[in-house]
Design a binder for this molecule. Sequence first.
Ligand code: G3I
Length: 382
Amino acid sequence: MRLFQTSSWCILLVSLLTLALPSSPAQAEESSTPRKPTLKQAAGPNLLMGCAVSASDLDNPQRAALIADQFSCLTAGNEFKPLSLQREKGKFTFEQADKIADFAQQHGMKLIGHNLMWHNQAPAWLFEDENKQPLPRAQALANLKAHIDTVMKHFQGKVLGWDVVNEAVGDSEPYLRDTPAHKAIGDDFVVQAFKLAHAADPNVQLYYNDYNMEEPYKHAKSMRLIKELKAAGVRLDAVGIQGHWLIDKPDVAMIEKCIDDFAGLGVKVMITELDVDVLPRKNAGADITATEKAGLDPYKDGLPADVQQKLAKRYGEIFKILAKHRGEITRITFWGVDDGTSWLNFFPVRGRTNHPLLFDRNLQPKLAFDAVIEALKASSPR
Ligand code: G3I
């Protein structure tokens, strides 16, 4: 009798569980309550999980809720860049950036300032005259100081850290990229930017951010820059490895070596712009001069199940390495929230349908989401 009662209870329990649990991944994906654990829960208290957003992303209530549920940290995809904040000399426009800063504050999220100096999305007048000739060094430094002072003071107390310089290491140059800033200021343009940033706000974290630093062609040059920044005695809290990776490249061993090498120089590491391109593509990274053959757009109607699984496997392998290096890595930020708003729908070919993130176009978690959660759970939070 007792045996019968126990087994009846078991059957009842199993039946109830079967009713309560989604019977298929599709059913699970239709649920509107956040799947537990969320990314930030699985990451634990010492590893920030971030995403890049645009101010307009926050207008969509479903996307806004997803961002607040899953992530602990925000980066503006465009709104903090010099061109967005000071397109015309002396005329600062903070409205869109403030919208993102306010959202972060309202939801108890950290905020990353991206960026103070970049060769792209910066107004030409910062470092060039009307004839596109480099400004004298003193004038270029004065323009940079005015920008950095105003912007950093505006966000003082709201930003955890700034990408002070973005993508200064050359792809084709022997060392640094020959940007307008380099031409006007000289070889120490990166050091000067860090000095100005630290003077503007001595309490905020300062980062150097770049892509493809794990690739052999750029790794030694990147290590040289970090060593030079350390030797110059500037504040440098972390190196941001962007993480614009492909479904089959780079090898995770290369990523791990890069993390180890930077950590060995005594800086923290952040993965700052993570996405995994599933479309045919020649090279990883974010070289804005890269072009691709148009027309290859195989997943317009959705990602086939086998590629969905391949993407999940790739994310799982990446996160296994990242989670293993908890401690050295203090933040992982995805470059976007969902596939629909990813920059990879426009780069390096305009108008393709890419699927590089953890949430699909309906803001539903993909298999890759589960793979990331599993990898994070498998390593104990510190
Ligand atoms: O704001 C204009 C708008 O007025 C105009 O109507 C529209 C027409 O195309 O363009 C809008 O500007 C676009 C801007 O994003 C805002 O959406 C630019 O054309 C477009 O080039 C720009 O792309 C940004 C890209 O940086 C520029 O290189 C992406 O959104 C942004 O995600 C991307 O982010 C960079 C990181 O900052 C650094 N690392 C690489 C990463 C990917 O390129």
